[in-house]
Design a protein around this ligand. Structure first.
Ligand code: ADE
Length: 255
């Protein structure tokens, strides 16, 4: 158990996830909850939430306008976005991510890449896109990665940014109390990039449904083998696209 002073020291040096948003309260609420909240309280990560409206162009706190050339939907102006980034960025090499349906798809490999980045540079900046999009010049000036969490359109970039933040935080060493629970999650090396197996807890029988005998056997070797087989079968049935090939095998061994 570290002392309060130790924890304060870590808190100063812990990597910082900075989220720029039009809805700071929504973002803060999620970051204070569950594992992301505990990680911050334990000094393993820091968060900075910035209200983009603080950098608006007028007293009405305007941050958007109509699109040049016409068309439905409002566009977030370049100035507030760029100035918000410049106000929080401490490391000029920090990765600045815009969450947008037009970005590269977020997955476990990208999580690990961004985690390395966060730890190396000390910070990562996430801009939550809104309205129809943001002025392309802001992207040119300050964004170096665009990330999508899937092929559907959400009302804003807050949920995607929080998805990215959560996925990163739970992979920081020591955040999950039992490291195993991260290592054998779906998509991880232990699961060969595939899905996780099914899990059971007490009682041994519920509404006539029982727990597979092997899990009650106390035989760790057989349990591990069963879980492995179940995970492979699930991957085969539900996500054959994740099936291991020699190439993916090689990649996961390197991690
Ligand atoms: N903003 C709106 N929809 C999104 C998505 N699917 N991914 C990332 N950002 C978004």
């Amino acid at each position: 158990m570290s002392s309060a002073a130790d924890q304060q020291d870590t808190a100063k040096t812990a990597p910082c996830i900075k989220i720029l948003t039009l809805f700071p309260d929504m973002v803060r609420t999620v970051l204070e909850t569950s594992i992301p909240g505990r990680a911050e309280r334990q000094g393993q990560v820091r968060y900075e939430v910035v209200d983009i409206r603080e950098f608006s162009v007028d007293k009405h706190r305007t941050v958007d306008d109509t699109a040049y050339g016409g068309g439905a939907g409002m566009i977030m102006m370049a100035k507030p976005v760029v100035e918000a980034v410049e106000s929080v960025r401490q490391n000029n090499d920090a990765t600045v991510i815009l969450t947008t349906p037009q970005g590269e798809t977020f997955d476990e490999a990208l999580t690990l890449e961004l985690l390395e980045d966060l730890q190396l540079k000390g910070e990562i900046i996430l801009i939550c896109g809104h309205y129809k999009g943001i002025d392309e010049r802001a992207i040119e000036l300050v964004v170096n990665r665009e990330v999508s969490i899937g092929d559907y359109v959400l009302s804003g970039g807050e949920l995607p940014a929080l998805v990215v933040a959560d996925a990163l935080v739970r992979r920081i060493e020591g955040v999950l109390h039992n490291e195993d629970s991260a290592n054998n999650d779906s998509f991880t090396t232990v699961r060969g990039g595939g899905l996780d197996c099914q899990w059971y807890t007490k009682p041994p029988e519920f509404r006539g449904l029982t727990v597979p005998d092997v899990l009650l056997s106390g035989h760790h070797g057989k349990i591990a083998q069963w879980r492995d087989e179940q995970a492979k079968e699930r991957t085969e049935v539900r996500r054959p696209d994740l099936r291991q090939t020699e190439e993916t095998d090689d990649k996961s061994r390197k991690r």
